[in-house]
Write a protein that binds this ligand. Structure first.
Ligand SMILES: Nc1nc2c(ncn2[C@@H]2O[C@H](COP(=O)(O)OP(=O)(O)OP(=O)(O)O)[C@@H](O)[C@H]2O)c(=O)[nH]1
Length: 319
């Protein structure tokens, strides 16, 4: 533990080096541990905050989220620091806000309750709050609030860097890529503002259909990508059916219901970021060429002889 000014400055610098929300929260926890000499730190999401890790703690710190200390709820209710005192050591909960709402609580156990420590903690919480907003803005699409292409590149790069261990746990088992059918006609007939509204409604349907563990991207234009957490093919089909039904509720008499074409591929150990996208795209084009308003699984098409194998040179520099 050290509170020397140069150590504190280095800690702040390391927080601002982070470009991912997950590593940013991890860095905040490590900084607090090292600077204040505590071992039990948690960053807890309040409500359904998309894109942020739901819950992160110090290594070996087990916190029962269904029974948090009372200071957490007090902090959420008041939007201010809340302290549970135990002798001269304490638990303290600090709010992290966005647009004036508490979106996270920083919880620190066993802190020496003195002004300097509290001020330091508060400063770290503010630095995290400010920088999380910058990272979030850089990763999300302004219209839909989904993750953007830049975040997709980073997520896929990270995923394939850890593919051997990750695939065993199958955190992202499927990639779905989908595209609105005849979106140009919607724009041309009803105007770009209506087109934007359609994109927004699709992003809402996506948020309803997919789980918090899935990563939802607007890839660009009217194309969306989802990295889907471990699911069976049947479950993926059920999700696609629901998504298409929800999107179909966006209906205009001049253009009819909005429909999607969806290409789906599973992620395997043999894949790389380019091959997986090409497989999903091939399945998407197949769905487009065969009537639209449908989904297609790459491996089904391949096994039925509808598609030739996708060959990608592993040496290609991708991102
Ligand atoms: N309203 C709106 N339109 C956009 C945006 N980005 C791209 N587009 C439009 O999306 C349309 C994309 O059309 P395409 O996907 O090429 O073709 P399509 O009409 O959807 O036909 P298929 O994909 O073959 O079914 C173009 O008209 C673009 O101008 C956006 O942010 N807002």
């Amino acid at each position: 533990m050290s509170s020397a000014p140069e150590h504190i400055l280095n800690s702040v610098a390391s927080i601002t080096e982070q470009r991912q929300l997950q590593s940013l929260a991890t860095c905040l926890i490590e900084t607090i541990e090292q600077t204040l000499g505590v071992k039990q730190v948690a960053v807890i999401n309040v409500g359904d905050l998309p894109h942020f890790p739901k819950f992160l703690t110090s290594t070996d710190f087990v916190l029962a989220l269904d029974n948090p200390p009372p200071c957490v709820q007090r902090c959420i209710d008041t939007g201010k620091n809340a302290i549970c005192e135990q002798d001269e050591r304490c638990k303290v909960a600090l709010p992290v806000k966005m647009n004036d709402a508490v979106v996270k609580v920083l919880l620190v156990y066993d802190l020496d309750l003195n002004n300097a420590n509290l001020m330091m903690l508060q400063a770290f919480a503010r630095i995290y709050e400010n920088f999380a907003r910058v990272v979030l803005d850089s990763q999300t699409d302004g219209l839909t609030g989904l993750l953007n292409r830049k975040a997709y590149d980073a997520r896929l790069f990270h995923l394939f860097s850890h593919i051997r261990t990750e695939t065993r746990r199958a955190p992202y088992f499927w990639m779905l890529t989908f595209d609105i059918d005849f979106f140009k006609k919607i724009n041309d007939t009803l105007g770009h503002l209506y087109g934007d509204e359609v994109l927004l409604r699709i992003s809402r349907a996506m948020n309803d259909c997919f789980s918090d563990d899935d990563a939802l991207f607007r890839f660009g234009g009217d194309e969306f990508v989802v990295l889907l957490d471990n699911k069976s093919q049947h479950e993926v089909e059920c999700i696609c059916r629901k998504l298409m039904a929800d999107v179909g509720k966006v209906h205009h008499e001049k253009t009819g219901p909005v429909t999607l074409s969806i290409g789906i591929t599973s992620l395997t150990l043999e894949d790389n970021p380019m091959s997986v996208m090409m497989k999903a795209d091939k399945a998407l084009y197949f769905a487009k060429d065969n009537g639209r308003n449908r989904w297609a699984f790459y491996h089904d098409l391949f096994h039925h002889g509808d598609l030739l194998p996708t060959q990608i040179d592993d040496d290609i520099e991708l991102f």
